[in-house]
Design a protein around this ligand. Sequence first.
Ligand SMILES: Cc1cc2nc3c(=O)[nH]c(=O)nc-3n(C[C@H](O)[C@H](O)[C@H](O)COP(=O)(O)OP(=O)(O)OC[C@H]3O[C@@H](n4cnc5c(N)ncnc54)[C@H](O)[C@@H]3O)c2cc1C
Length: 453
Amino acid sequence: MDTQPKPLKGKRIAVVGGGFTGLTAAWKIQQHGGEAVVFEANSVIGGLASGCTLLDVPVEKAYHFLYKTDAHMLGVLKELGLDEKLEFHKSSVATYYDGRLYPMESPLDLIKFTPLTFLNRIRAGLAVLYLQNVRNWEKLTKISALDWLTRYSGKQVTDVIWAPLLRGKFDRYYDKVTMCWLWGRIKQRVESRDKKLGGEALGYIEGGFVTLVDKLEAEIKGSGGTILTDSPISGIQSEKNADGELKHMVSTGNATEEFDSVLLTVPCSVAHRLLREQHEQKSPEYFEKLKSIDYLDAAVLLFATDKPISPYYWHNINTPNSPFVVFLSLTSLIGTQQFNGKHVYYIGDYIPREHEYMSQDPDALKSHWFDALGKMFPEFDEKSVLEHQVFRFRDAQHIVDVGFENKIVDYRTPAEGVYLCNFSQIFPMDRGTNYAVRDGIAMAEMIAKDIGE
Ligand SMILES: Cc1cc2nc3c(=O)[nH]c(=O)nc-3n(C[C@H](O)[C@H](O)[C@H](O)COP(=O)(O)OP(=O)(O)OC[C@H]3O[C@@H](n4cnc5c(N)ncnc54)[C@H](O)[C@@H]3O)c2cc1C
């Protein structure tokens, strides 16, 4: 028998956004005895980590894996009885530069990376070694990655290795990104090394991340919660009822429902739009911070072939002016068995909302990227493509610029009873599903403490 205290008994909580933060929060709200109603704008749940099918096999719309250090995600998988479905695989990484592919998995690979002078290969390695051992990351928040790297690993190393990656990931903001962000990325990757596997170990859930999305959905619905898709929230009005209780009226285009509390798991710009009118005067600085956080969108091409293109999992594309930043082979990581011997790939790029990738005809974008891929990998034959799909994601990555720590907003918004939790509050580590589930759990606890019996 479940003997957990139920502080949220009788309370209805609206969870706006059905990504991993919202779904985990709703699952836990149900466990705390509340009634969670998830409103998701899209037609499917899972947010940036949502799934689709390719060759009739479930897979993520955008490439996703877990690190060995993703303890919060491991805990959730265990609690949901899915831990056996998580398997770690040895990753393989290569850098494409100036017409050639270079393996980039070990210090020896760096030593063999001839685009850099020998001295600069040593410098590049020493800088990464130094970063791996940094404990006092706070000082890295004061300097941009580009400046730090130029200072400590030199101009050539920065121009050849780092600047193309920063440009690819952060587009026009590439020179603003804090060194602290890059430090967090390097730390995660280094800590995910596994002696037994002989390199970086990356985790993948059997059946894809959608296995976890489906399980969370079943838990939420099975305990009396509700998930509404195609339900973008367009307004929230907070007011006291006749008994003096604070209630929140949450509206989609065609209906309004009353809740005891609201958890927003949407990007900062959406939260700004939903709350500003009624609450900006109470705390202008909160709304200034929300407004100051910029995001980039992402475009992703997912495709399957019957012939392999590359043996590596992750390809950093470091050639200047490349039309995409990353090329990835899921089946090089997890094997082709799940896909009946076929090969599964992703091409991805982060871009501003107005970039043509966000509105271009999907076939035109595919052709543009396949042309470039064919030049990089002469063994790629477009005729071997069995299926492809193009996805676009809004607000896929926030800009973690110098001084970002001063922009992070509180989970408790100026609207009493309304909470905001999104990946811009994850710092200094990079956003990821591990932190989404950690924060979803924490939000349910916070709400239970604040409004529970
Ligand atoms: C290309 C790419 C690769 C990634 N790779 C990895 C990886 O390998 N490993 C990893 O752990 N993480 C990865 N991530 C990050 C990971 O996907 C996110 O950190 C995580 O999914 C965020 O979950 P979330 O619920 O906080 O946000 P989201 O997934 O963004 O969910 C927010 C939800 O709110 C909805 N919404 C917005 N406005 C409204 C509204 N008005 N009304 C109702 N709903 C609304 C959105 O539709 C969305 O579903 C990757 C992300 C991208 C883009």
